[in-house]
Design a protein around this ligand. Structure first.
Ligand code: RIB
Ligand code: CA
Length: 309
């Protein structure tokens, strides 16, 4: 089986970090490059975190390209209340010995979008880098995008909007409007992609990487236990995108028309998702994940993370 090459555009962030490690632990995909964006924390911190996580797994050879340090138009707002001041609070993870590449993430993405074969773009942060790549390189597009963002129902950053889309709605709208093969993995499924304390304990004793992931989960879980007591665990938003490429049977995905609220009103950043083919809406421009086998997902994460030593 030939692995699917992927590029991960991310804002590590605890769940981004676990998505990186899940990709490295899975022969079904090959992580060829990482681009970073401001989101969960500032760009300098998300970039340093991507480097640290790759080095933890012994993959400091995978290039990291630093991207946009703020959204297109909106004020930058980080999520230190979820991910801490470093963006990866919890484990004592030393700084990486390697540095980010000199080229800007947007230039790297454009180059990769012209390459043959093209890597699948997995985007797990605000879509600023991707939107900028589309705006500055009209001839360069990926064949496929799987992105964590949005929701059919309730948001998380606001009642209406999910954080990645809320942070840069203009960039997100630009991505959806392209009408590429784009799959939106929203809160509707990621809030059912839960890692419990029992899953965490199984990873803690599995090896060096499992121990670090358990310590990431210890920190990440404290926010969710206090703010989402209705969830039986902590949502693994970003790893769901990677898991979808590892095992497409985990998600139920449907064609949809997706439009982002780019106003400055209380619903800014909301993804309006029509998967019921209502009249007077546009033709489908994306796919949306409607359902997930949460138990099989969690087992995949525990098994693969535990295989990293
Ligand atoms: O809303 C959840 C998303 O926002 C995840 O990607 C998390 O890492 C943050 O980026
Ligand atoms: Ca993220």
């Amino acid at each position: 089986m030939t692995p699917t090459p992927i590029i991960l555009d991310c804002d590590p962030g605890h769940d981004d970090a676990i998505a990186i490690l899940l990709a490295l632990a899975s022969p079904e995909v090959e992580l060829v490059g990482v681009t970073t964006v401001s989101g969960n924390q500032t760009l300098d911190k998300t970039t340093a975190n991507a480097l640290r996580v790759l080095e933890l797994a012994g993959r400091g050879d995978i290039p990291v390209y630093s991207g946009a340090d703020a959204p297109f138009m909106r004020q930058r707002d980080v999520a230190a209340h979820v991910h801490g001041e470093s963006g990866l609070d919890g484990p004592d993870l030393p700084p990486a010995s390697s540095a980010a590449q000199k080229r800007h993430a947007v230039e790297y993405l454009a180059e990769q979008f012209r390459a043959a074969p093209k890597a699948t773009l997995v985007a797990t942060g605000p879509l600023t880098n991707v939107g900028l790549a589309f705006a500055t390189h009209p001839d360069a597009r990926p064949d496929r995008i799987v992105l964590m963002g949005g929701s059919i129902g309730e948001g998380n950053r606001t009642p209406a909007a999910e954080f990645n889309i809320w942070a840069d709605p203009e960039a997100a709208q630009r991505v959806f409007a392209e009408g590429l093969d784009t799959t939106m993995v929203g809160l509707d499924v990621t809030h059912r992609a839960l890692i419990t304390d029992a899953h965490t304990e199984r990873m803690r004793t599995a090896g060096k990487v499992g121990k670090v992931v358990a310590e990431l989960m210890d920190f990440y879980a404290r926010f969710h236990k206090s703010h989402y007591p209705d969830l039986d665990g902590s949502p693994m938003h970003d790893p769901v995108c990677v898991a979808h490429l590892i095992d497409p049977t985990l998600l139920d995905v449907r064609d949809a028309f997706i439009e982002v609220d780019c106003t400055t009103g209380p619903s800014w950043g909301r993804t309006n998702v029509d998967w019921r083919n209502r009249e007077h809406f546009g033709a489908p421009n994306a796919k949306v994940a409607l359902d997930i086998d949460g138990e099989r997902f969690a087992e995949l994460v525990v098994e693969r993370i535990s295989s990293l030593k």
